[in-house]
Write a protein that binds this ligand. Structure first.
Ligand code: MG
Length: 260
């Protein structure tokens, strides 16, 4: 997890309409395992392994507590919240642009990226309200960032909330955000070996969207292998091959969302 990979979320910023509105409180004592500097270093880490594992457990327990709070808040308002996860470039934002244009009712989006407000601007242009969370050095969203984004976004009752996580197939799988469902997007240009390489992500998913299916004739990607390997990890997993560019099979995607 992040205390191992060295990523930190202490400098996360929530941005509405291009302006930073706050800085996330530090959720870890900074002296234990996260160096105050971010430059590459080769010296021995001063923290023993036991202490590091204790901190990891504490971070995840605190996150789970905040996630349950988010979940209760969203359920009270009957907002269906979907956590979208993928590697960078799988097509999450393009998928959301089409989904926003074709989904009735209130749709709002929390956008997670390390830097820039590019994706929040695309989402607003597509017609939905959006809050951008910039995680700085962090490689995933956590429940506290989502709570602060929800304060700004205030999704309407009976609406749909998409949380576009930071592009990364590792850490986002470990952090509950309070969502109702987790969706993994994988594109055919990434290769069909991802379930075995990143098992936690596929084990945690409720649905896998295989995107860019319109490019299938041009790449070596075995859809059956991907399905077989993913279901070995997660037998109840639903999978759907779609194209965010052409809209192929999006009616089934909308049905799945409406059934939440
Ligand atoms: Mg994006």
């Amino acid at each position: 997890m992040c205390s191992t990979c060295g990523c930190g979320s202490d400098d996360a910023r929530v941005t509405v309409l291009g302006e930073a509105v706050g800085t996330a409180p530090e959720h870890l004592p900074h002296d234990a395992h996260v160096h105050p500097h971010r430059d590459v270093h080769t010296h021995e880490h001063p923290v023993n392994r036991t202490h590091t594992i204790e901190l990891e457990v504490a971070v995840l327990a605190r996150n789970d507590h905040l996630a349950e709070h988010n979940r209760a808040w969203l359920m009270e308002r009957r907002v269906r919240a979907i956590n979208l996860m993928s590697s960078p470039g799988a097509g999450k934002t393009t998928l959301l642009e089409r989904t926003i244009a074709e989904t009735p009712g209130d749709v709002s989006v929390i956008e997670g990226d390390q830097e820039t407000v590019f994706d929040a601007e695309r989402i607003r242009s597509a017609g939905a309200r959006a809050v951008q969370v910039n995680t700085g050095a962090g490689c995933h969203l956590d429940a506290d960032m989502v709570r602060r984004a929800l304060d700004q976004l205030q999704p309407e009752p009976d609406g749909t909330l998409f949380i576009e996580n930071v592009g990364n197939l590792v850490c986002p799988a470990l952090f509950d955000l309070g969502e109702a469902r987790k969706v993994v997007v994988i594109s055919v240009t990434e290769g069909d070996d991802k379930p075995l390489k990143y098992p936690h992500m596929f084990a945690a998913a409720d649905l896998v969207l295989v995107n860019k299916i319109d490019l299938l004739p041009y790449v070596d990607f075995d859809l059956r292998r991907l399905e077989r390997d993913a279901r070995k990890l997660n037998p109840g997993l639903e999978m759907l091959a779609v194209s965010a560019r052409t809209g192929e099979s999006f009616s089934r995607w909308y049905e799945w969302v409406s059934e939440i």
